[in-house]
Design a protein around this ligand. Structure first.
Ligand code: NDP
Length: 242
């Protein structure tokens, strides 16, 4: 069987690194992107290679540029692309009346525009079908506390994009879905401090999730077993939005 290839944006740390390892275990060769943290990206690649898979890392800039070229590099160097996981994201936090134009541009650039361009480019190369998985957020559906307007809006955009794109991509054998994590213990959202305690109090589970809780859902959506799921948003948030 031809070796499948998965590309995970933001695969150097956190949820993206866990997804890279999970998809490697499932039998994919792995490409990841990162922004600054070369050392962490190399660590993810070591883990991927220890699982017997090929790995490559591509640096992208903080504004989410270079995404089309990154996918072209994956196809040129790995030979194909079967799964795209758009995971890289930023979390601007603050009162909407205090937000700057630069913050608006940055969140739209990485959380929305980059995802659209990556999907467009990857779909062109998925000539034998494929899987596209967007990492959204439970905050797309709920804003349980102040300060998350830009972030929530950027993640809501992914749900509309996935529903629309599913219609276009279905006839080509490509599924596209959103995974909507709740609080997951990473550098972006550490499970300590007052903000973490507040989030816990909103959750049915009363405890943060682990990066593996999201990676396992992505592995399922990337598997043949999930072929009938497309245009969906799968909330994986310990019951925060319940
Ligand atoms: P982290 O901040 O821990 O990791 C972010 C990753 O994205 C890093 O690998 C970072 O690379 C990379 N990155 C940042 N900017 C870029 C860029 N321009 N191009 C490529 N890669 C980039 O985040 P999480 O793992 O917590 O979050 C991953 C995704 O999950 C995000 O989309 C986030 O919004 C979403 N999410 C997270 C939740 C949580 O509670 N943690 C909850 C809901 C959603 P580098 O190492 O080089 O900086």
């Amino acid at each position: 069987m031809t070796q499948r290839v998965a590309y995970i944006t933001g695969g150097s740390r956190g949820i993206g690194a866990a997804i890279a390892k999970s998809l490697a275990k499932d039998g994919h060769d792995i490409a990841i992107s990162y922004a600054r943290n070369e050392q962490a990206a190399q660590k993810t690649l070591e883990d991927v290679r220890a699982l017997g898979r090929r790995g490559m890392a591509i640096r992208c800039d903080g504004e989410g540029n270079g995404n089309r070229a990154a996918i072209q590099r994956v196809v040129a160097e790995m030979g194909r692309i079967d799964a795209l996981v758009c995971n890289a994201g930023i979390y601007p936090y603050g009162d909407v009346a205090e937000m700057t134009d630069e913050q608006v541009d940055a969140v739209l650039g990485l959380n929305v525009r980059a995802v659209m361009i990556e999907t467009i480019e990857a779909a062109r190369h998925m000539t034998q079908g494929g899987r596209i998985i967007l990492i959204g957020s439970t905050f797309a559906d709920r804003s349980p506390f102040p300060g998350i307007s830009l972030y929530s809006a950027s993640k809501s955009a992914l749900n509309g994009f996935a529903r629309g794109a599913a219609r276009d991509l279905g006839p080509r054998g490509i599924t596209i879905n959103v995974v909507q994590p709740g609080p997951i213990d990473t550098d972006m959202n550490p499970a300590t401090g007052a903000a973490a305690d507040m989030l816990r109090s909103f959750m049915c589970h009363k405890e943060y999730g682990k990066v593996s809780d999201i990676a396992s859902v992505v592995s399922f959506l990337a598997s043949p077993a999930a072929g009938f799921i497309t245009g969906s948003a799968l909330t994986t948030d310990g019951g925060l939005a319940a």
